[in-house]
Design a protein around this ligand. Structure first.
Ligand SMILES: CC(C)(COP(=O)(O)OP(=O)(O)OC[C@H]1O[C@@H](n2cnc3c(N)ncnc32)[C@H](O)[C@@H]1OP(=O)(O)O)[C@@H](O)C(=O)NCCC(=O)NCCS
Length: 333
């Protein structure tokens, strides 16, 4: 049986650190409120003068992942890029990363499933490898959220949670066990509970091409935080249990749980529901905030780099976000 294995990971985050105290200077908020409600202490904000673009940041993370995997860009057969904040409205960032890496004319695919984007991408890559179509796939999750959030008091509950960054995984065909299964779900009836409306095609021509953008709120992230929270805690647990049941495993078999870094309170809640000790759960939201599709690959790259994931470990990834969409992946490392 053919498996796909993660053989290398890399990540890149912007240089500029924005602390809760920095945000308190421009918004009616406080370090105390943000820490208590989300666990976040600081996040990174993209600066075009320093980082250039999302694709350039992704190149940095990709170079790190390739080096750690012992591969070169010429070994890669396909690129999948999960992002809801690509460099352009179209084309997506996968082709821009392919250009940055000076790759051959390999196929490039963009996935826009927000916080679940990396797990959806991993699942697609896994199917391509299992069918024998590709041997090595670069899977990317990357976001620049900081320029889309509403940094005024009106947007404060959403603005404080998001950050920027990129994570990359190199997936390779293997005879040994790797990704055991992936589980993907969605519930489109909640699409408008966490979304960016503009420049969507649901708008009229005048609204999509306004001479002057009088009401720019449609371009900013809207999130019904309370509702997202309530659904997230249920779906995270459900989709993790689905993965465990499918593989005849139980929560106590998990060596490392990496939940999408949406909110530390959500992670802690899932941890306690599954009865996992602190050392079996990895969180880094304190440093980076919620980086949407980038959060799992950044966390995975850090945990693996710090030696917290070892050969043979059972690793569980789970995410929930806009759509709503959610998913999980169970991996034998
Ligand atoms: C966003 C989130 C942190 C807000 O926390 P919350 O406990 O739900 O807070 P609420 O929105 O109910 O607001 C509570 C109070 O804090 C205030 N508040 C909101 N944002 C604030 C901020 N940044 N600073 C200070 N006060 C704030 C509100 O105005 C409200 O005040 P009121 O009680 O006087 O009306 C929380 O809902 C959340 O994390 N949701 C999930 C988000 C998520 O996971 N998103 C990503 C999915 S991928």
């Amino acid at each position: 049986m053919q498996y796909s294995k993660i053989i290398g990971l890399g990540h890149a985050v912007p240089q500029t650190i924005v602390t809760n105290d920095d945000l308190s200077k421009i918004l009616d908020t406080s370090d105390e409120w943000i820490t208590e409600r989300t666990g976040i202490k600081e996040r990174r904000f993209f600066d075009p003068e320093i980082e250039g673009s999302l694709a350039k940041m992704a190149k940095k993370a990709a170079d790190m992942a390739l080096e750690r995997a012992g591969k070169t860009k010429d070994d890669i057969d396909f690129v999948i890029f999960a992002s809801i904040t690509p460099d352009y409205f179209f084309p997506g960032s996968s082709v821009l990363l392919q250009r940055e890496l000076e790759m051959d004319t390999i196929g490039c695919l963009d996935i826009r499933n927000a916080c679940s984007g990396f797990i959806y991408s991993l699942s697609v890559a896994d199917q391509f490898i299992k069918t024998g179509m590709y041997k090595n796939i670069m899977v990317v999750g990357g976001e620049i959220q900081s320029t889309a959030i509403d940094l005024t008091d009106r947007g404060r509950s959403t603005a404080v949670i998001f950050g920027d960054g990129v994570g990359v995984a190199i997936l390779s065909a293997s005879e040994e066990q790797g990704i055991l299964s992936t589980h993907l779900h969605a519930e489109g009836k909640y699409a408008e509970e966490l979304y960016v409306k503009d420049p969507g095609s649901s708008r009229t021509k005048e609204e999509r091409q306004p001479e002057q953008i009088l009401d720019t709120s449609g371009f900013k992230v809207y999130m019904n935080g309370n509702m997202v929270f309530k659904h997230a805690v249920v779906r995270f647990q459900e989709v993790i249990e689905e993965a465990l049941n499918q593989n005849n495993l139980s929560a106590s078999d998990i060596d490392m749980l990496i939940p999408h870094q949406a909110n530390l309170r959500i992670s802690k809640f899932i941890q306690s529901k599954l009865g996992l000790p602190d050392e079996n759960v990895f969180n880094n939201i304190q440093k980076y905030g919620n980086t949407t599709a980038a959060s799992i690959p950044i966390a995975l790259s850090e945990a693996w780099g710090e030696g917290k994931i070892k050969e043979g470990d059972l690793v569980c990834l789970a995410a929930f976000g806009s759509g709503f969409t959610w998913g999980s992946a169970l991996i034998r490392w």
